[in-house]
Design a protein around this ligand. Structure first.
Ligand code: NDP
Length: 449
């Protein structure tokens, strides 16, 4: 294990996030490697940690002042052993090769857990849609797709949204792909309903995360009814996480964006959530505007000089980190434990630092890793691909029912794999083991390619 990790670190020393994601999986799958010596003989670790293909490209575009801007575009085609590459596009100034490689690596195992035929990929750009006009976003998306289109396709690689890429961006990207290929096809998921999107896709990651939390609580004969929940972020995943928690009788008291967070002790009810949806999705405003409307809430500005995030320092039963990677550090995890949190369900990808995860595992709380608990989004993307292939669309109830079943199955798969390898109740180990085993077996079946 240390050999392969050293190899990866020596090869790409600056890719810290990628190293973090790989190390977590390598630790979890040690017992699998010990029980299956052929995996080592066939160098599966060396193969699975190397992307099948990495595409990096220039994205020139013109801003509203007539000034030429240049961003960097990426697509990591990580693993296609069990299906076409599948994974989102992220537009955010923090995007680097390391961030996208970690996300693509996680995506491989997540997609395997859904049981749908999807390989893993991820892409994006260091472009920041925040503060840009619709026309600027459109010109950027058109330029981005002018290169990406030659590398993707409905049976090759099917991107979706992620941070900074929502329905608006998917629309511009799809329009450009269609024009360049002269083909109307399911090459992107997260499309709008009127032209090939699936009902419940916008809701899927947040709903799925809460379904997973409910499954975990059920193992203790508990429900979300009456539980106080901390949710971070205020984007797609957070909004529908809040919606489902409210529906199941829980109370959400926080939401955030990168500028700060709100704490609403009375709870964010459906009316307040509608306000947040309008604020974020239509007005593209900031979270501090919440207190202008709801003066009972308190807004705290983000402060990078602090050694912890005060959002995680409130009395609560459950936490749903749903903004971004490494948003819970060791101190935050300690604060969560001291405040009575007994369940952490990750809506974001890798939001908990390794030291934080160790605390959750030591304290034996219910801890769900993102690659299991946020898999509902890509699962419904898989269902969107299926509907596109059949040229029909399923009703919302049907998609939601399928999503529920998929999340229930992922939960059980994690528990079964964890028990089989001697770590009962460890969802992280279970998710890594189950995803890894499925993908490497497919790789071995297909020979050395
Ligand atoms: P959105 O862009 O819709 O929302 C992201 C939210 O997180 C915004 O409120 C944003 O604030 C905040 N945020 C982003 N970066 C940072 C940062 N560096 N520090 C603090 N806050 C930040 O993205 P999604 O809701 O789609 O994605 C959230 C997470 O969920 C990501 O980790 C993503 O990879 C993961 N995920 C998403 C899926 C999906 O279906 N959308 C599927 C599976 C996982 P601001 O507006 O200020 O930037």
């Amino acid at each position: 294990m240390t050999d392969i990790l050293k190899l990866i670190k020596d090869k790409d020393p600056v890719e810290k996030e990628f190293h973090q994601a790989v190390e977590e999986v390598l630790v979890s799958v040690q017992p699998v490697l010990d029980r299956n010596p052929q995996y080592r003989q066939e160098a599966v670790l060396e193969r699975i940690t190397e992307p099948e293909r990495t595409i990096i490209f220039r994205v020139p575009w013109m801003d509203d002042q007539g000034q030429v801007q240049v961003n960097r575009g990426f697509r990591i085609q990580m693993n296609s052993a069990i299906g076409p590459y599948k994974g989102g596009l992220r537009f955010h100034p923090s995007v680097t090769l390391s961030i996208l490689k970690f996300l693509a690596f996680e995506q491989v195992f997540k997609n395997a857990l859904t049981t749908l035929a999807m390989g893993g990929g991820k892409g994006g750009s260091d472009f920041d849609p925040k503060g840009k006009s619709d026309n600027e976003v459109m010109r950027f998306c058109q330029s981005f797709m002018t290169e990406l289109f030659r590398h993707i396709g409905p049976n090759t690689d099917v991107p979706a949204g992620d941070i900074g890429v929502g329905a608006r961006e998917i629309g511009y990207l799809f329009g450009t792909y269609k024009k360049l290929h002269n083909e109307f096809t399911g090459v992107l998921t997260g499309k709008s309903l009127g032209w090939g999107g699936s009902l419940i896709r916008p809701e899927a990651t947040g709903y799925g995360s809460v379904y997973f939390a409910a499954e975990m609580l059920a193992t203790k004969n508990e429900t979300l009814e009456g539980k106080t929940c901390l949710v971070s972020g205020a984007g797609n995943v957070s909004q529908y996480t809040v919606e489902k928690i409210i529906e199941l009788g829980g109370k959400v008291v926080t939401l955030s964006d990168s500028s700060g967070y709100i704490y609403d002790e009375e709870g964010i009810d459906s009316g307040k959530l509608d306000f947040v949806k309008r604020l974020k999705n239509i007005k593209r405003g900031r979270m501090h505007e919440y207190i202008d409307k709801y003066s009972e809430a308190v807004y705290t500005e983000a402060d990078s000089s602090l050694d912890h995030n005060p959002l995680w320092d409130h009395k609560a039963d459950c936490a749903f980190p749903s903004a971004t990677e490494n948003e819970i550090n060791q101190k935050d995890a300690t604060n969560l434990m001291n405040n009575g949190v007994k369940l952490v369900c990750e809506g974001a990808n890798m939001p908990s630092a390794p030291e934080a995860i160790n605390i959750f595992l030591d304290k034996k709380i219910l801890y769900a890793p993102g690659k299991a608990s946020n898999a509902g989004g890509v699962a419904v993307s898989g269902l969107e691909m299926a509907q596109n292939s059949m040229r029909l669309s399923w009703p919302a109830e049907e998609v939601d029912q399928r999503l529920k079943i998929i999340m229930k199955n992922i939960h059980q798969t994690c528990l079964d794999a964890a028990s089989e390898y001697g770590t009962p109740g460890n969802y992280m180990a279970g998710a890594n083991i189950a995803g890894f085993t499925k993908v490497v077996n497919a790789m071995l079946d297909q020979g050395l390619v």
